[in-house]
Ligand binder design. Sequence first.
Ligand SMILES: [Mn+2]
Length: 212
Amino acid sequence: MTPNLEFGCAMAAKPGEKTCGDTCLTSRTQGQFLLAVADGLGHGTEAAQAATIARATLLANAGRPLVDLVVKCHQALRGSRGVVMSLAYVYLREALLLWLGVGNVQGMLLRRRSSIQIAEEPLALRTGVVGLELPPLQVRQLPILPGDAIVFVTDGVAADFERALAFYEPPSRAAEAILTRNVRATDDALVAIARYAEVAREERSHDGKQFR
Ligand SMILES: [Mn+2]
């Protein structure tokens, strides 16, 4: 079995706005996946500009420690609206999640115990705005299991969305389902989902021996 990460994202600009001030990204460096969601303060063009700066800074520095990424973004975003953001690294082989959030991009680790029972580990946030004022930055580490879903939602999404939706196939459709049912329309809205899966490799040689 090979561990893998599937990612999906859905977003919508506030009705009446042309650009969305929320953004998400994923970047892979060897067995390490960076996941990030940034919400430019407010909405409209200036929010989108701040989100674009954050996105470009994260992509240019992917692979560096999470604290460094936030500090780099903080420097790059000075003079802008600023963003709130949540970041995670997923280490596939080690089955580990590293997590850091500044401001209210909500993050959670969802663990499906059965078809109806889902355990939720909220990922702690610290008040602050990247580009304006940073809180003390502390990275949290959590073990992950195959089947777990890491979900990020911005504040344009009602926080009490149905957790089971996160397990729809594929993650892009799951994100779309959560967004359409829970969008608030008072702000830009974004849902990002990363699911940690194990991909079976059922290859067999001619004598029937299984190998990996
Ligand atoms: Mn917002």
